[in-house]
Design a protein around this ligand. Structure first.
Ligand code: NAG
Ligand code: NAG
Ligand code: NAG
Ligand code: NAG
Ligand code: NAG
Ligand code: NAG
Length: 611
């Protein structure tokens, strides 16, 4: 919907900005912790989920701990926004986007039971937010892959089709390809002879694999099941309840947790329970090569440390030529401090030669505080060469320079302790994003005097990336608030929510706030708030004629009515001018004739005189 006050305030707010004294702003966001003891105490007081709430929004936002942050070396550039997903409060899960410059929350959509792998993808020059939401069960899940555009409109909603037991898309992976297809992991049960691993002959296998689905048509373009290409005895997972075995659930021998399609149409996948990365042929489904695990085909040029990764996540090719691979190597199933010993969990950058069949370690990235993570985790390499690692069961994420120096070390919960359900950092990444929500900004007020006198206005705009500052207008008539002369306060954006104290200089009944871009133009505005009740009032919209007409304004496509009025004015003025010109020219020619007559007569007279 169109915010009622937007257009009216636009030009004026910008112009008036410099004329209005900045009122004392107060941060509504809780802020960032820098002291780990204080943070841990706060985390404990919140059941392990350090979080905050707001006045103008019902979002529950994380409260973060910064252990170290070298702002100059943490990459900014285009990839300015941090993407993560997770649960907050009472099962309020969803994707979250943070501004990496101040770590403030920019966007959260917390309507889901669980949310995983929230990330941004570019297809055909447009950016999309894609993530998984749904219900979990026994290490995997059933749900939907959702794709939203930068205006937060749901564009695609896809899930698995045709799986044996009706299973839906699993949570471990969601990839949006340049062809606008969605690749996700699948888990499903099938009867299977489990005797090779000590199970019954008429056992149940929890097979896993993936589907690639056309996002437009929901047609399955390719699907792959592990049990057709790998033997269950290749698994390191014991045949036990901890690995899926139950009445209604099979032995999770493979545990796929990442899939990446290559430009030549093959798929790089990670199998946690085999400790294997394998490149799958995009036509036959056959493994082209197998790296790690019991059937490893690569010679290790790094004394064993290139192929001894295990229980790993998030395998990616780096660059175009499929020689560089990154992953998060959990290296085991233990979570906690390394206890003085050498740590094993690492971000791992390998170089492979798939012709000579060799592999070597290019670089390892360890956690600055010495922890191992037994589950989850991810690694992203940025264009700047920096990498970001989500430390899985240790709910922290760390950005490193390419040569392995940590430049940003952040926690969303306590690390080095026993894992807490739903408190983790699975995939964490930095991406460019330009959020342009179609809903208006939102406001709440605290008005002790039931007027603007000494009142505080709280403003936020979930999803908007480009808000630079806020302007507050007030008036006693709700329908006349949008006159630029009513501007009483401005404040820079101070976080997800900005609190603006209005001082004792005004005592009006109504306020409204506008979100301003860096150039001072209005991006959107709130409903009018009634200080008497503390609630928003609905104001008749269509207030487009209260500010002076300007050419720039009229040329904006939103300003058709203004433009039409302006055009009519121009036409009238032109007609008037034409009429006047016409009259003038007639008068002038009449006058010219009269003058000529006089001149002629004079000449005649003169001639006559000369004669
Ligand atoms: C996605 O599709 C499923 C199945 O039709 C539906 O239940 C779910 O509500 C959809 N999700 C959204 C966000 O619309
Ligand atoms: C990309 O854009 C072109 C031109 O608008 C269009 O023809 C094509 O179908 C688009 N591709 C996808 C995957 O949307
Ligand atoms: C592959 O790319 C990397 C850098 O991205 C480069 O160092 C390497 O030489 C390339 N290898 C081949 C075979 O082109
Ligand atoms: C608001 O302030 C005015 C001026 O100081 C005062 O007269 C009035 O009683 C106050 N009203 C409330 C509800 O506090
Ligand atoms: C408004 O606040 C100022 C101090 O901030 C205080 O001196 C004044 O009494 C307050 N006025 C009212 C009507 O509450
Ligand atoms: C209120 O008005 C006084 C006097 O005009 C001025 O000095 C002061 O800065 C104003 N305060 C605010 C918060 O605008």
């Amino acid at each position: 919907m169109k915010a009622p006050l937007g257009r009216a305030v636009k030009a004026a707010a910008a112009a008036a900005l410099c004329l209005v004294a900045l009122s004392l702003p107060a941060a509504a966001d809780f802020g960032i912790y820098y002291n780990i003891d204080h943070f841990s105490a706060y985390a404990d007081s919140k059941g392990g989920f350090p979080s905050q709430t707001f006045r103008s929004s019902d979002i529950v936002a994380p409260v973060l701990q910064v252990n170290s942050w070298d702002r100059a070396r943490a990459s900014d550039g285009g990839a300015r926004y941090l993407f993560l997903g997770g649960v907050y409060g009472a099962m309020r899960a969803g994707p979250m986007i943070f501004d990496s410059r101040d770590l403030s929350l920019v966007y959260a959509d917390q309507q889901y039971d669980n949310a995983y792998t929230s990330s941004a993808f570019v297809v055909n020059g447009s950016r999309y937010l894609a993530f998984w939401e749904g219900m979990r069960s026994r290490g995997h899940a059933n749900g939907y892959c959702l794709v939203f555009d930068e205006e937060y409109r749901l564009r695609h909603n896809v899930t698995a089709k045709g799986l044996r037991d009706g299973s839906l898309a699993d949570m471990h992976e969601v990839v949006l390809t340049p062809q606008m297809s969605v690749i996700f992991s699948t888990y499903f049960n099938r009867p299977f002879d489990c005797s090779p691993v000590g199970g019954p002959e008429d056992g149940l296998l929890m097979d896993s694999g993936f589907q690639e689905v056309d996002a437009e048509t929901n047609e399955v373009l390719f699907e792959w099941h592990a049990s057709s290409h790998f033997d269950i005895s290749e698994s390191y997972a014991p045949y036990s309840e901890a690995y899926g075995v139950a009445q209604d659930s099979g032995y999770d021998f493979f545990h796929i947790n990442s899939i990446e399609k290559t430009t030549d149409g093959n798929y790089l996948i990670s199998a946690r329970h085999l400790s294997v990365l394998t490149l799958i042929d995009g036509r036959t489904g056959k493994p082209i090569w197998i790296l790690g695990g019991k059937r490893n085909q690569f010679q290790d040029l790094s004394d064993g440390s290139a192929t001894n990764f295990g229980w790993q996540h998030d395998a990616r090719f780096l660059g175009g030529n499929q020689t560089q691979i990154t992953m998060f190597d959990n290296h085991g199933e233990v979570t906690g401090r390394c206890g003085g010993a050498v740590c094993h969990s690492r971000g791992l950058h390998l170089e492979i030669d798939a012709e000579a069949m060799t592999a070597r370690v290019v670089r390892e990235y360890f956690h600055p505080q010495g922890v191992n993570s037994g589950a989850m985790g991810g690694m992203q390499t940025l264009e700047s060469g920096n990498v970001i690692i989500g430390w899985g069961y240790n709910p922290g994420f760390v950005e490193y320079t390419g040569d392995g120096n940590p430049v940003m070390d952040i926690q969303r919960g306590k690390i080095g302790v026993d894992p807490l359900a739903d408190m983790f950092a699975y995939r964490v990444g930095k991406h460019p994003w330009r959020g342009k929500p179609t809903w208006p900004p939102s406001a709440a007020v605290e008005a002790p005097n039931r007027t603007t006198l000494n009142a505080t206005v709280y403003v936020s705009w979930n999803g908007a990336t480009d808000v630079s500052s806020w302007a507050v207008l007030s008036h006693d008539d709700a329908t006349r608030i949008n006159n630029p002369q009513n501007l009483i306060a401005t404040s820079p954006r101070l976080g997800f929510e900005t609190a603006i104290f209005l001082g004792a200089n005004h005592s009006n009944r109504y306020v409204a706030a506008a979100a301003l871009a860096t150039d001072g133009s209005v991006m959107g505005s709130t409903y009018v708030m009634d200080m008497e009740t503390g609630k928003p009032v609905m104001v008749a919209s269509g207030i487009t004629t209260v500010h002076p007409w300007s050419l720039a304004e009229a040329l904006r496509p939103e300003s058709y009515e203004t433009a039409a009025v302006a055009m009519a004015c121009v036409v009238i003025v032109l007609l008037g001018a034409a009429l006047i010109l016409n009259r003038c020219s007639r008068w002038l020619s009449a006058r010219r004739r009269a003058v000529k007559g006089r001149v002629d007569r004079a000449a005649y007279t003169k001639l006559g005189m000369e004669d």
